[in-house]
Design a protein around this ligand. Structure first.
Ligand SMILES: Nc1ncnc2c1ncn2[C@@H]1O[C@H](COP(=O)(O)OP(=O)(O)O)[C@@H](O)[C@H]1O
Ligand SMILES: [Mg+2]
Length: 272
C-alpha cells in the first residue's frame, strides 16, 4: 500500500485589490544579507511611503521590483499574479516604471530620447525608424503641460541641473507607468520649487487612481503629504506599517526610536 500523498498546501489568498504584493523576499550580495524577508502590500491607487536608514535595503527592493536585480527568495505578485521579473524591460511589460536613485537618465541622450526611453515612437511604414520629430514635439508639449522647464528638449541630459534631470526622470516614468510607479528618492537633488512641482505632479497622478505608487524619501513632511500609508524598513524587514491618517510625524518618529532602542538592546544582549 502506497503512502497517502500529502495534501498540497493551497496558495495563500491573493487579493485582487492589491496592485502589488511582496512575500518574504530575500536578497544578499555575497556575504551581505540585505533583505531578510520583505512583506509588503500596495493597494490599487495607493501611495505607499518607504523609509529607513541609509543601507537599509530600500533601493535594493526597488531594483528587485523593477526587474534590475533578481531576488534570492520570496515572491512578487503583480495584480494578483505571481511574476518573475527577469529584466527592466520585463517589468515594463507588467506596467512597472521606476525612477532610480542612482541611474535616473542616460547622460549622453537628449531630453526627448530620455523621455521616451523604452517606449520610443517609430515611424509608420515597413521600416520602423525612430520618430524623432514626433518625440520632440510630444516631449515639448508634455513638459510644458506639467510645468517642467528645460533649455531645450534637444539638450543632452548631462547638460541639465540635478533637479532638472530628476524632474525629467519622474516625468518619463509617470508618463510610461500603467500600473505601478516606483520612485526612489525622487526629490533628493531638488530645491524647494522643484520639489513642490514633483510633489504636485505625483499627487495629481495619485488622485487619478490610474497607478499605484511607492515613494522613498527621507523627508517625513513630504511623505505625510503624499502618502496614504508608510512602511519603515530596518534590518532587512518591514518593521512598521502605518496608515498616514492614523499616525503623525511625531508618533512615527517615536515608533522608530523605540524600535531602534529594542534593536540596540538585542545586539547588546547578544554580545553580553
Ligand atoms: N550591487 C550591489 N553589490 C553589493 N552590495 C550592494 C549592492 N547594492 C547595494 N549594496 C549594499 O546593500 C545595502 C543596501 O543598500 P541599498 O539598497 O542601496 O540601501 P538604501 O537604499 O536603503 O540606502 C548596502 O549595504 C549597500 O552597500
Ligand atoms: Mg537608496
Amino acid at each position: 500500500m502506497s503512502e497517502q500523498p500529502a495534501e498540497p498546501t493551497p496558495p495563500a489568498a491573493v487579493s485582487a485589490d492589491l496592485a502589488l504584493e511582496v512575500r518574504g523576499v530575500t536578497k544578499r550580495f555575497g556575504a551581505l544579507v540585505v533583505l531578510r524577508g520583505i512583506d509588503l502590500v500596495l493597494h490599487q491607487g495607493e501611495v505607499l511611503g518607504l523609509v529607513g536608514d541609509n543601507g537599509a535595503g530600500k533601493s535594493t527592493l526597488v531594483k528587485i521590483l523593477s526587474g534590475f536585480h533578481s531576488q534570492d527568495g520570496g515572491e512578487v505578485i503583480v495584480g494578483g499574479e505571481p511574476v518573475r521579473l527577469r529584466s527592466v524591460e520585463d517589468a515594463r511589460t507588467h506596467g512597472i516604471e521606476t525612477v532610480y536613485q542612482d541611474l535616473a537618465l542616460i547622460p549622453q541622450l537628449p531630453v526627448y530620447m530620455n523621455l521616451f526611453l523604452g517606449h520610443e515612437l517609430t515611424t509608420m511604414g515597413p521600416l520602423h525608424f525612430l520618430d524623432k520629430k514626433g518625440m520632440r514635439k510630444l516631449s515639448r508639449q508634455y513638459l510644458d503641460e506639467i510645468n517642467v522647464h528645460v533649455p531645450s528638449v534637444d539638450a543632452e541630459a548631462e547638460q541639465l541641473s540635478g533637479g532638472q534631470r530628476q524632474a525629467i526622470a519622474v516625468a518619463r516614468a509617470m508618463r510610461a507607468a500603467t500600473k505601478i510607479l516606483l520612485l526612489d528618492e525622487p526629490l533628493a537633488a531638488m530645491g524647494a520649487r522643484e520639489s513642490r512641482l514633483i510633489i504636485d505632479l505625483v499627487k495629481d497622478l495619485a488622485s487619478s487612481g490610474r497607478v499605484s505608487i511607492v515613494v522613498i524619501d527621507h523627508n517625513y513632511a513630504h511623505l505625510f503629504e503624499l502618502c496614504d500609508r508608510i512602511n519603515v524598513m530596518q534590518g532587512g524587514r518591514i518593521i512598521i506599517d502605518q496608515p498616514v491618517a492614523e499616525t503623525s510625524i511625531e508618533d512615527l518618529t517615536e515608533l522608530m526610536v523605540s524600535s531602534y532602542r529594542r534593536e540596540l538592546e538585542n545586539v547588546q544582549n547578544a554580545g553580553a
